[in-house]
Design a protein around this ligand. Structure first.
Ligand code: G3H
Length: 498
């Protein structure tokens, strides 16, 4: 079986440093420097990637501009054909890509494979959706607006934006990269990818699948390196025509510095799970566990606070605890439910939130336990609004429960958050659920299920500090285009009829 950095992926690696991808070739940076990627489980260096320079970024963007002009003129069906080919290659090479995800971000092995397969499906769907929505435009006539005759005909179609800068996060370095790359490409744009450091090697392998699919030189580039050297340089680069970013607070800084270009930003969440008195408690408990602890809570859509009606709180907490007790904790290679969090600083941050809750009197349902980056799953009951955990996202396997006495209290907590990504409500009363959905100020409300981004063609968006713009396949394709109109002005008077 092919391994990372070998077989068809052999070109990516020279010595022990992975190369970056520019103008259709794998290259070494002239900096002579590299960035080490620490394996979250062993806490030892696992891989190294090139520390690209600003000059190399300039070259990438120049090549990207040239390639985009030709690509925009490539027939839509041909663009789709190449994307379908890339999707097949991604799935064919799921094992070595998943291997990188396991080593770089400690994603459980099975979930790592799922991420790659999901990415292939996303790319195919994008190709299919693109040929349909980009193949149609609008035709308008002037006489519907007061004062106009029927002498102006407007043909409006969608044209590409140009060079798209894609910056995915560590938790889905492949899937949240292709969710930007595929819509950009089908719409006739070029792509400059800056992967997260943890996850960069998985992303480089994914990019190689696009290389093998035969996309034109320069159309896709992937630069790696230090944020301090090339981060601002990329996001403020005059050659970039759109930024699609998923990650944390850095996105807020980027949106303040970026020029007058479209931004698609997804910056995290504090998704609330509101559990009413009439909820199916078994269903709610199963979703609290899945939503709160899958990939050790390192998902922007994770359940990050449980708001449960006091009358059913004991029953819910008991059921959640019995499920938590059965969770396996350990290395991602063993497919454990809970694996080490991505970095030591993340683990320290999570620990800070736990200690704050301890000091302020939260009830620990399990003993707090940590070894290196591995934190055992922890449910904290009786959390109050003065505790940091009530508002901040741990991005780890730690879940606060706030007991409420009215539904309004729950909605108020949800809407008072800086974040507004998703929320969920558990009740058997669909009317109540709809009214709560209406009142919850979040991009999405799930009824009787934990928050989630997928299926990947669903709209996905956050309010307030959770971001701007809407994602999901269709919305991303639309967002990565602009409208171009051609107006045909007919002479007046026109032919008289009859
Ligand atoms: O971390 C942010 C992702 O968009 C969440 O995606 O709901 O599929 O885990 P997911």
């Amino acid at each position: 079986m092919a391994m990372a950095g070998s077989g068809v992926f052999g070109d990516l690696l020279e010595g022990e440093v992975y190369k970056y991808y520019s103008d259709g070739e794998w290259r070494k940076s002239s900096s002579g420097k590299s960035v080490a990627i620490i394996n979250p489980t062993t806490r030892k260096p696992q891989y190294k990637v090139q520390a690209c320079t600003q000059e190399e970024v300039n070259k990438v963007i120049d090549a990207s501009k040239v390639a985009q002009k030709a690509w925009a003129k490539t027939p839509l069906w041909k663009r789709a054909e190449l994307l379908h080919r890339a999707a097949v290659l991604l799935k064919e090479h799921k094992a070595p890509i998943a291997e990188c995800l396991v080593k770089e971000i400690a994603k459980p092995a099975k979930d790592a494979v799922t991420e790659v397969v999901r990415s292939g499906d996303l790319v195919s769907y994008c190709a299919e959706e693109g040929v349909r929505i980009l193949g149609a435009g609008k035709f308008l006539v002037s006489d519907s607006f007061p004062g106009n005759d029927r002498n102006k005909l407007c043909l409006a179609s969608k044209v590409p934006l140009g060079v798209i800068l894609a910056i995915p996060p560590f938790n889905y370095p492949v899937n949240l990269a292709v969710s930007k790359i595929a819509p950009a490409l089908i719409a006739g744009n070029s792509i400059v990818l800056k992967p997260p450091t943890q996850g960069a090697v998985a992303a480089l392998h994914m990019v190689h699948c696009f290389h093998l699919a035969g996309f034109p030189k320069g159309l896709i580039s992937c630069v790696t390196g230090k944020g301090s050297e090339i981060g601002d340089f990329l996001t403020m680069h005059p050659g970039v025509n759109c930024i699609s970013f998923t990650g944390g607070d850095t996105g807020i800084a980027i949106s303040k510095k970026a020029g007058m270009i479209p931004l698609q930003m997804e910056l995290g969440g504090k998704d609330a799970c509101l559990i009413l008195e009439d909820a199916d408690i078994d269903l709610a408990a199963a979703n609290v566990v899945k939503g709160g602890f899958s990939y050790s809570g390192q998902r922007c859509t994770a359940v990050k606070v449980v708001l449960v009606m006091e009358s059913v709180a004991d029953a819910l907490v008991e059921k959640v605890n019995s499920k938590v007790a059965k969770m396996t904790v350990g290395p991602p290679e063993d497919n454990c439910d809970i694996t080490p969090v991505v970095t030591e600083s993340s683990a320290n941050f999570i620990e800070g939130l736990v200690m704050d809750a301890k000091q302020k009197g939260a009830k620990f349902c399990q003993e707090y336990r940590r070894e290196g980056n591995l934190i055992w799953p922890l449910l904290l009951d009786h959390v109050r609004a003065d505790m940091r955990l009530a508002w901040e996202e741990p991005f780890g396997p730690v879940l606060p429960v706030i007991r409420i006495t009215t539904v309004e209290e729950g909605i108020h907590h949800c809407n008072a958050s800086n974040f507004g990504l998703q929320g969920c409500v558990f009740t058997k009363d669909i009317n109540k659920a709809m009214m709560i959905s209406d009142a919850m100020e979040t991009g999405t409300v799930q009824i009787n299920s934990a928050p989630a981004r997928g299926p990947d063609h669903f709209p996905f968006q956050g309010l307030r500090d959770s971001g701007i713009g809407s994602q999901g396949i269709t919305n991303s394709i639309e967002m990565m285009t602009k409208v171009k109109s051609t107006v045909i002005n007919l002479p007046t008077p026109s032919f008289t009829m009859g």
